[in-house]
Ligand binder design. Structure first.
Ligand SMILES: [Zn+2]
Length: 300
């Protein structure tokens, strides 16, 4: 993991993201720096904490979640970090990052850091289609419900082991469009927003694993067609849909760059492309945000 050594350099040059306002004075010289492309719904935030003394463990509460920070490198850990996802539906406003710093299993400092989430206007399209394209047949309803429960059950798990490290690879060479978060109103009824990013690619294009992970699902789903879900660890998941085929099975471990399948147009889609959804502790975030924030560190 090369995130932490590069971090100070990044802070010094401040390549992206706005530094937090100076009003967030932390006790005992603890420094907290949340970094993101933007503090908006659908973005990934890399939160770092630097303490002036040895810390054994750091806990963070944010968005009704509790997560541990990961230690940086070195024998006396003073640098800590975590990835936080701002869910697609997060309301604009102020939110607190609440840190608890432990030494020898006792809390020795509590630090709050306020972030402000700004509004993001996702595009909305209104479509009127024949009802048969909008409403699934009755015979498929039980299957759709079962699959929806299966998927949300997977995303709800956050194992303690981290499989991923370093940067996230682009799974196909093609360009991504800006479809993340797009709202659709079909025949006057709002549908759930598009929670992934679509990449241009022709049928048969190899799809590569963006980072290391465990294959937790490889099967055909009603809406998503042939689907692979990779568990990158600690609540971070990649979900690839509409594949022509998949070349991994449940239980397989993959490394960054491993072939997991080929681009197709299976499931309810109009043409071949790669759909990639990223979930971070249930938050729906843009895969491009994850790729970008980690790539900056890797290249610095
Ligand atoms: Zn899609």
């Amino acid at each position: 993991m090369r995130i932490i050594p590069c971090l100070l350099l990044l802070l010094a040059v401040s390549v992206f993201g706005q530094p937090p306002p100076a009003t967030n004075d932390a006790p005992e010289g603890v420094r907290i720096t949340p970094l993101a492309r933007a503090f908006q719904p659908g973005e990934v935030v890399l939160v770092t904490l630097t303490a002036p003394r040895r810390v054994d463990r750091v806990g963070l509460r944010v968005f009704q979640q509790k997560l541990p920070l990961e230690p940086g490198l070195g024998e006396v850990p003073t640098n800590w970090w975590a990835l936080v996802g701002i869910d697609l539906n997060t309301k604009p406003g102020g939110y607190l990052l609440r840190f608890e710093l432990y030494a020898q299993d006792r809390i020795f400092a509590r630090v709050d850091h306020r972030i402000t989430i700004k509004k993001k206007n996702f595009p909305t399209r209104r479509l009127n289609l024949p009802e048969k394209f909008v409403t699934p047949p009755k015979a498929s309803l039980a299957r759709i419900k079962r699959e929806s429960r299966l998927i949300s059950g997977i995303f709800a798990e956050a194992g303690s082991e981290r499989h991923w490290s370093g940067f996230f690879l682009r799974p196909v060479p093609g360009r991504a469009n800006s479809s993340f978060g797009k709202r659709s109103i079909l025949n006057g009824k709002p549908r759930s927003p598009h929670s992934g990013t679509d990449f241009r690619a022709s049928r048969g294009t190899p799809v590569k694993s963006p980072n290391a992970g465990m294959t937790v699902l490889a099967q055909n789903l009603y809406y998503a067609g042939n689907t692979v879900i990779l568990d990158h660890g600690q609540g971070l998941y990649s979900y690839f849909a509409h594949l022509d085929d998949f070349t991994v099975k449940k239980g397989d471990r993959v490394e960054r760059g491993d072939l997991i399948g080929h681009v197709g147009s299976t499931g309810r889609v109009t043409g071949p492309h790669l759909h990639w959804t990223v979930r971070l502790r249930k938050a729906r975030v843009d895969p491009l945000s994850l790729m970008e924030i980690l790539a900056r560190f890797e290249s610095s």
